[in-house]
Design a protein around this ligand. Structure first.
Ligand code: HEC
Ligand code: HEC
Ligand code: HEC
Length: 427
C-alpha cells in the first residue's frame, strides 16, 4: 500500500473513532417532560387518541394481514436494508404495555426508546415530532386501550454500519429537528391547523419530499416531489414518484380547492380517482377525518410557495411523432386526442395531472405498464365505463418511453423526455 494511502486510512480510522466516541458518549437528549395528569381511561381521551392515530395512519404501517391489529411486522425497504415495524399493542413483553406516557412521548418527539436507543426514521418521527403533547397523550391512552397481542417484533436486516442504532445519533444531529408545531400567529387558525396536520401527523412529506443520500428529507424542498418504494410481493418493490404538491406551476396551483378536498377526503374529484400508494392514505386515514381538517390541509397546501419549473427542452421530433402514433392507437379513445379526457372514459392528461407533470416519471410509467389501480369504493358508483388495462405486454420499453414522452410534452405539458431505461427500471 503506498504510504499516502496508509496515512489516509489511518486518518479516516481516527476520524471514525472520534465520531463513534462522540455519538456513544455524547450527552443524551433529555427526556424531561412533565405531562399534565390526565385520566387515561377517559372515553373522550381514548376517542381523541383514536382520531389522532387515524390521522397519523399508524395502523397502515403497524398492521399486517396475517398478524394482529398494531402488532407490527410490516417490512420497509430502504437503501440501507429492511426495517420492520414493531408491536405497539399494550403487551408488556413484546409491545409497549410497560411504557410510561413520558416514554411514549419521547419515542414520538425524539425518536428514542425508553432505554435511550435511537429509532430509525422509517418510523416517521421527523414529522410526528410536530404533534402536540395533548395529542400524544391521547394517542398513548388509545394505544393502552387496544387489545394486547404477544408477538415479538422482527429483527431488522440492515447493512453495516446502518445496523448500529447509536449511529442514528449522528444522523439526528445533522437532519432531525425535534419539537412540537409552534404555530404562526400571522396566519389563520385554519391555516395553522392545516400546517399542524400536513407537517406533522399526516406526514405527507414522508413520500412527497425529496430525500438526500442518507434518507433525510431535504430541508427547503418540502413537498416538492419525492419517491416511495411500494411492496409488490415477497421481496419485490416498485418505485413510485409522489408528485410536487406545493402550489408551484406543476403542482396544486392547477387544482381548485374543491378538487383537492374531494380528492383527499373521498378519493374522487371532478376528473380523477385516487390511485397507487395514495389509496392507503385516503382510504385508511383521510376518509375518516373531519371535513374541517381536510379543508385546513388543502388551505395550507395551496398556500405553500412552490418552485415554478422551467419548461423542459423540446424532445426530438421523431420521438414525438412515434409517441403520437402509439397514443392515437392505444390511448386516445379514452384520454382523447386533445389530452383533455372524458368524464366516463378517462381523466385528462393535460396540465393538471400531477402524475404526468412530475419531474420523476415513475408513477406515470407504472400506470401505463400495470394499469391504474383504483379502490373499490363501497359508497360511490363505478365511474369509468372501461377500466384502463395494463400495457406491459403490449408495448415494449421504447414504445412506453415514446408515448410517455409524447404526453409529457404535448398540449400544455412541458415535462421533458422519458427514456427506455427509466421504463425498464419500472418493470
Ligand atoms: C410509515 C410507516 C409508519 C407509520 C405511519 C408509523 N410508524 Fe411507528 N414505526 C414504524 C417503524 C418501521 C418502526 C420501527 C423503527 C425502528 O426499528 O427503529 C416504528 C416504531 C414505532 C415505535 C417504537 C416502538 C418500539 O418498540 O421501539 C412506536 C412507539 C411507534 N412506532 C408508534 C407509532 C404511532 C403512534 C404512529 C401513528 C401516529 C406510528 N408509529 C406511525 C413505522 C411507522
Ligand atoms: C379504456 C380507457 C383507457 C385507455 C385505452 C387508456 N387509459 Fe389511461 N386511464 C384511464 C382511466 C379510467 C384512468 C384512471 C383514472 C383514475 O385514477 O380515476 C387512466 C389513468 C391514466 C394515467 C394517470 C393519470 C393521473 O393523473 O393519475 C395515465 C398517465 C394514463 N392513464 C395514460 C395512458 C396511456 C399512455 C394510455 C395508452 C398507452 C392509456 N392511458 C390508455 C382510461 C384509459
Ligand atoms: C405512502 C406515501 C404517500 C403519502 C404518505 C402521501 N402520498 Fe400523496 N401520493 C403518493 C404517490 C405515490 C402519488 C402518485 C399517485 C399515484 O399513486 O399514482 C401521490 C399523489 C398525490 C396527489 C396527486 C394526485 C394525482 O394523481 O395527480 C396529491 C394531491 C397527494 N398525493 C396529496 C397528498 C397529501 C396531502 C398527503 C398527506 C395527507 C399525501 N399525499 C401523503 C404517495 C404518498
Amino acid at each position: 500500500m503506498p504510504r499516502i494511502l496508509k496515512i489516509l486510512v489511518a486518518f479516516a480510522a481516527v476520524l471514525i473513532g472520534l465520531l463513534v466516541f462522540v455519538i456513544v458518549t455524547g450527552p443524551p437528549r433529555s427526556i424531561d417532560y412533565e405531562l399534565v395528569a390526565v385520566d387515561l381511561d377517559s372515553e373522550t381521551l381514548i376517542e381523541r387518541g383514536r382520531y389522532v392515530a387515524t390521522a397519523g395512519n399508524c395502523g397502515t404501517c403497524h398492521t399486517v394481514e396475517s398478524g394482529g391489529f398494531m402488532a407490527g411486522g410490516l417490512p420497509f425497504e430502504t437503501p440501507f436494508g429492511t426495517i420492520y415495524s414493531t408491536n405497539i399493542t399494550p403487551d408488556s413483553k413484546t409491545g409497549i404495555g410497560d411504557w410510561t406516557a413520558e416514554e411514549f412521548l419521547a419515542s414520538m418527539r425524539l425518536g428514542v426508546r425508553p432505554d435511550g436507543t435511537h429509532l430509525y426514521p422509517a418510523f416517521p418521527y421527523p414529522s410526528l415530532t410536530r404533534t402536540s403533547d395533548e395529542d400524544i397523550v391521547a394517542l398513548y391512552a388509545y394505544f393502552q386501550s387496544i387489545p394486547a397481542i404477544a408477538q415479538a417484533s422482527l429483527e431488522n436486516e440492515l447493512t453495516f454500519p446502518f445496523n448500529i442504532r447509536s449511529l442514528m445519533g449522528f444522523w439526528k444531529a445533522l437532519f432531525f429537528e425535534p419539537g412540537a408545531y409552534a404555530g404562526d400567529p400571522a396566519r389563520s387558525a385554519e391555516w395553522n391547523r392545516g400546517a399542524y396536520l400536513v407537517e406533522g401527523l399526516t406526514h405527507c412529506g414522508a413520500c412527497h419530499t425529496p430525500r438526500n443520500r442518507l434518507g433525510a428529507e431535504v430541508a427547503g424542498e418540502a413537498l416538492r416531489g419525492g419517491a416511495y418504494l411500494d411492496r409488490v410481493g415477497e421481496g419485490a418493490y416498485r418505485t413510485w414518484s409522489a408528485p410536487d404538491i406545493t402550489s408551484g406551476n406543476i403542482g396544486l396551483s392547477l387544482w381548485s380547492h374543491d378538487e383537492l378536498t374531494d380528492y383527499l377526503q373521498y378519493g374522487r374529484n371532478e376528473f380523477l380517482d385516487v390511485t397507487g400508494p395514495m389509496i392507503e392514505v385516503v382510504m385508511h386515514s383521510n376518509r375518516h377525518l373531519d371535513e374541517s381538517d381536510i379543508d385546513a390541509m388543502a388551505t395550507y397546501l395551496q398556500s405553500m410557495p412552490g418552485e415554478d419549473r422551467a419548461d423542459a427542452a423540446e424532445p426530438d421530433r421523431s420521438i414525438m411523432g412515434w409517441g403520437r402514433t402509439v397514443y392515437n392507437l392505444h390511448c386516445g379513445t379514452c384520454h382523447l386526442p386533445t389530452g383533455l379526457g372524458d368524464t366516463e372514459m378517462g381523466p385528462k392528461l393535460n396540465r393538471g395531472s400531477l402524475v404526468v407533470q412530475s419531474g420523476n416519471p415513475a408513477s406515470m410509467i407504472n400506470t401505463i405498464l400495470y394499469g391504474p389501480k383504483v379502490p373499490d369504493f363501497e359508497d360511490l358508483p363505478k365511474r369509468w365505463r372501461v377500466p384502463m388495462g395494463e400495457f406491459r405486454y403490449e408495448l415494449n420499453d421504447d414504445e412506453v418511453a415514446a408515448v410517455a414522452t409524447y404526453i409529457r410534452n404535448s398540449w400544455d405539458n412541458r415535462a421533458g423526455l422519458v427514456t427506455p431505461d427509466q421504463v425498464a427500471r419500472q418493470r
